[in-house]
Design a protein around this ligand. Sequence first.
Ligand SMILES: *Cc1c(COP(=O)(O)O)cnc(C)c1O
Length: 412
Amino acid sequence: MDNLATTKISQPMTTQDYMDLEDRWGAHNYKPIPVVLNRGEGVWLWDVEGKKYLDMMSAYSAVSHGHSNPRIVAAMIEQVNKLAMCSRAYHNDVMPRFLEKVCQMTGMDMMLPMNTGAEAVETAIKAVRRWGYRVKGIPEHQAEIIVTSQNFHGRTIGIISFSSEPDYKSGFGPFLPGFKAVPFGDADALEKAITPNTCAVITEPIQGEAGIIVPPTGWLAKVRDLCVKNNVMLVVDEVQSGLGRTGKILACDHENVSPDAVILGKALGGGLFPVSGVAGKRHLMGVFDPGSHGSTFGGNPLGAAIALKALELLESDHMCERSVEMGAYLMQELRSIDSPMIKAVRGIGLWIGLDIDPKIASARQVCEKLAKLGVLSKETHETVVRLAPPLVITREELDWGLQKIRQVLTQS
Ligand SMILES: *Cc1c(COP(=O)(O)O)cnc(C)c1O
């Protein structure tokens, strides 16, 4: 079994050497596209052989500002030379400004900072359960949370407990009780699922990992109304959809919905650092008191300085407008490709899913061919190729990618 791969010291390592080394020493919980990257700048990436790629994946939308965005890097270096980490045992002078900025941009009152998306989702689950018991008066241990099927909210035991994806769950039980799934986009099913013990609805506004699934217009607004009518918290997971990806700061802004809390992550870290959190209304976030929740790294000054700069650039560089404009162009050009491989092109802003006809090719095969031509994407499930370039991409850069995409989709 052991192929004895070790770091080579006396000769340069090739793509295959690095892949063998990773295969030998790393757990096999991913199946990456076979490229080994070692440099990034803006929308471009380079591999260890010096080959250049257009990034149309943005690390699952974490790199909306482009790779090593120089202004975020400058803010990072300035902060790392002052104070990088101090823990919440003390106050620091960056975190409060970061929290204020997030709340002002999202219309929320209070924010609890964490590091990864999954941690922020767990934080939201704790918030709504405690709200359910202490404010709504649900009997102890009876709180129910309604989620949507085909959701993706992360990988912790708590979160996979309400996943509908067998791969995410197999062999990891027993799972956390207290969740009910209803079909995404179906407000009637959601209404029927509400009981006096329902404390919250937690959903993505547009499902990302499921394949960039946009719900029917008006669905989220209806869910909002149902939650208000039934005294249920609405928590929207905007870890992937948020911060300009869909052309608005939050995807729920498209429906003028202001939820009780939003979960943020990915692009909040400016493509440099894991920064996440839950921003919510005071009636919900007020349930936390000292000792009830925390994170050693959450709210650290380095992450806070990076996120603050990332949020400022979102506004000053008009990244939402860019997402709308470049997204419309990308969508129009993709829809003009005449290929039997494409079953559907859907999405919003710079967040597009290409449905590939499985009778002709798998999404994986398309992504591997694209990579050979210098365009990096990643399949989600067997049939969807996702295209989510950094929001700073230009028309010329998109044209470069589109030419390769056309080539792959029209060659037989
Ligand atoms: C990626 C993602 C998460 C999890 O974020 P991690 O940082 O990987 O833990 C949660 N929710 C959504 C919608 C995501 O896309």
